[in-house]
Design a protein around this ligand. Structure first.
Ligand SMILES: NC(=O)c1ccc[n+]([C@@H]2O[C@H](COP(=O)([O-])OP(=O)(O)OC[C@H]3O[C@@H](n4cnc5c(N)ncnc54)[C@H](OP(=O)(O)O)[C@@H]3O)[C@@H](O)[C@H]2O)c1
Length: 351
């Protein structure tokens, strides 16, 4: 089969497109999926750079998201039959085991779910990891009613998923995106207020909390001085101190990613008076039954607001490195790779 092999941990330059990789064998409780589309996540690159908490044996195949058609089932498999259209929910694929950037994938039967009605293949490939992550980020602080949610990196995969889910949960959403190029699309997807994180002027924030920066002023006005109930933070870095300043009483910051680098030192006194909570989000915590029940809730929430996963672009399998470069620039939604020559639902090469 054709597959992108990761042959070292020197980053994406360690990837090679091979056409003679042996098709994986199917054990009795496993399913062989012919992959149609895979979706990229920043963690794929981090793993190739040894910057992820997993070091699989080499050669490895990256790709944690993907959808396709069942080609073969093991003799104990009862949930699926040959020809079923499926998408991969959450499992070890692309992390400790071979992933979706290949023509075939072997997985345990329980990590698959049917493609939701009305979704095309690229949408199905794009959704699971980011929506499960966003779901965990929004629910880990317990029930919050009619709150304000602030999402950093709102235009990215996790950001868009969090935007859809937060709106469906009844919250108002402030999204942070650099510049204004993505505003129109983000407003269409439901954002209530869009701000530029570079207006935070974090250097000044470090020195004095009393000087109101443009970002803080606008958040204060939008929340009528009450502050933000939940932050979905994909960025970290210098912005983090500003996030602490705009929290409502007993609000929670869900830390997902650190695209902005390490957080400079901040005064922990900022946590005290509003009893602010900070907690990590780790999608791998959603596995098996937990992933399935979260997925059921996610689909119900998306149906409620009539939203589907947003696909930024689709690249052919041979252009994987261009696709990773595009992902690093900050897409709107998900970057997807077309693996199979034929698509069931969407024949366009790129959009
Ligand atoms: N903890 C977990 O379980 C988990 C799960 C999934 C993802 N993650 C992590 O969460 C982060 C976001 O993932 P994603 O899939 O949403 O990524 P993504 O699709 O690349 O989107 C990130 C967005 O953040 C903005 N951005 C990118 N680099 C930035 C920088 N250096 N400074 C400020 N803003 C920047 C961009 O938006 P603008 O250009 O519009 O500003 C971009 O669209 C990644 O670090 C990823 O590894 C963690």
């Amino acid at each position: 089969m054709k597959a992108w092999l990761l042959e070292g941990f020197d980053g994406l330059s360690s990837l090679r497109l091979a056409s003679d990789v042996a098709r994986p064998e199917v054990a009795s409780d496993q399913v062989l999926v012919r992959i149609r589309y895979a979706a990229l996540n920043p963690a794929d690159r981090f793993l190739s750079e040894k910057m992820y908490p997993a070091t699989p044996p080499l050669p490895h195949i990256l790709g944690r998201d993907g959808c396709g058609v069942i080609e073969e089932v093991g003799r104990e498999v009862t949930a699926w039959k040959v020809g079923d259209r499926v998408t991969l929910l959450r499992g070890e694929a692309g992390v400790q085991r071979w992933g979706t950037l290949a023509e075939f994938l072997v997985v345990p039967q329980e990590v698959l779910v049917p493609i939701p009605d009305g979704w095309d293949d690229p949408q199905a490939a794009a959704a699971p990891l980011v929506y499960l992550t966003a779901h965990q980020a929004l629910t880990q602080w317990g029930p919050v009613e009619d709150g304000v949610v602030l999402i950093t990196g709102v235009s990215g995969g996790v950001g868009m998923a969090a935007l859809h889910l937060a709106k469906a949960m009844g919250h108002r959403v402030i999204g942070l995106t650099r510049g204004t190029a993505k505003h129109e699309k983000l407003l269409e997807q439901g954002a209530d207020l869009l701000l530029d994180p570079t207006d935070a002027d974090p250097g000044r924030d470090q020195d004095s909390d009393r000087i109101p920066t443009p970002l803080k002023q606008q958040i204060k006005a939008f929340t009528e001085k009450k502050g933000v109930n939940i932050v979905v933070d994909n960025i970290g870095g210098e912005l983090f101190s500003t996030l602490l300043d705009v929290m409502a009483n007993k609000g929670g910051i869900s830390t997902i990613g650190a695209l902005g680098g390490p957080v400079p030192s901040f005064n922990t006194a900022k946590l005290i008076f509003k009893r602010t909570k900070i907690g990590g989000v780790y999608v791998n915590d959603y596995y098996g039954h937990r992933a399935r029940s979260a997925w059921t809730e996610i689909l119900a929430l998306l149906t409620k607001v009539g939203k589907k996963p947003v696909v930024d672009s689709i690249f052919p399998m041979g252009e994987l490195l261009d696709a990773f470069a595009h992902l690093a620039q900050g897409p709107i939604g998900k970057v997807v790779i077309k693996i199979a020559e034929q698509s069931l639902c969407n024949p366009s090469a790129r959009r």
